[in-house]
Write a protein that binds this ligand. Structure first.
Ligand SMILES: Cc1cc2nc3c(=O)[nH]c(=O)nc-3n(C[C@H](O)[C@H](O)[C@H](O)COP(=O)(O)O)c2cc1C
Length: 153
C-alpha cells in the first residue's frame, strides 16, 4: 500500500480546503492510503514514513506559514540523508492574496535541502478560492498518487 501524506497549515480555511481537495483526488487511486494532517500535528516520523508528500501553505508575510516551517525545523537534522527521504516525491499547493511566490520559493528551497524530488508544478490559488483551483488540487493529488503507485517517480 502506497502512503501519501497531505500536510498543511491554514488559519482562515482556504489552504485546508485545498488540502482536502488534494487528499480527495489522491484517494481516488486504488492501492493508495492518504493521510491528511495539519503541520503542527505532523512528526518527522510521518514525513519519513510516507511515499509521497503534498505540502500546503498560505503565504504569510511573503513566506510559508510558520507552522510548516516549524515542521521542517523539527525534522531536518534527523531526516537529512536517510534513504527513505532521499528523492521522496513532493508537490506544493499555496493559497495567497497575491502571487504566492515568496512562500513557494522558500518551501522549494527547503525541500531541496531535504533532497525531496519535485514531481509536479505547484498549484497557487490567488485571492478567493475558486472551484477551478480546487479541481487543480484534486488533480495534483490524483497525479501524485498515480505516479507513486506506478513507481514512476
Ligand atoms: C498574517 C497574514 C499574512 C499574510 N501575508 C500575505 C502575503 O505576504 N502575501 C499574500 O499574497 N497574502 C498574504 N496574506 C493573505 C493570505 O495568504 C490569504 O488570505 C490566504 O488565503 C490565507 O490562507 P488560509 O485561509 O489557509 O489561512 C496574509 C494573511 C495573513 C493572515
Amino acid at each position: 500500500m502506497v502512503q501519501l501524506l497531505v500536510v498543511y497549515h491554514s488559519q482562515g480555511g482556504h489552504t485546508r480546503k485545498m488540502a482536502e481537495a488534494a487528499a480527495a483526488g489522491a484517494s481516488e487511486m486504488e492501492g493508495v492510503r492518504v493521510c491528511l494532517q495539519e503541520a503542527l500535528e505532523t512528526t518527522r516520523e510521518d514525513l519519513a514514513a510516507c511515499d509521497g508528500l503534498l505540502l500546503g501553505s498560505p503565504e504569510y508575510f511573503g513566506y510559508m506559514a510558520g507552522a510548516l516551517k516549524d515542521l521542517f525545523d523539527r525534522s531536518y537534522e534527523s531526516l537529512r540523508g536517510l534513504p527513505r527521504v532521499f528523492r521522496k516525491p513532493y508537490a506544493v499547493f499555496i493559497s495567497a492574496g497575491n502571487d504566492g511566490s515568496g512562500a513557494l520559493l522558500h518551501i522549494e528551497r527547503i525541500c531541496t535541502g531535504f533532497q525531496f524530488k519535485k514531481v509536479q508544478a505547484p498549484v497557487i490559488a490567488q485571492g478567493p478560492l475558486t472551484e477551478a483551483a480546487l479541481e487543480q488540487c484534486r488533480e495534483l493529488g490524483r497525479t501524485l498518487a498515480a505516479g507513486c503507485e506506478a513507481g514512476i517517480f
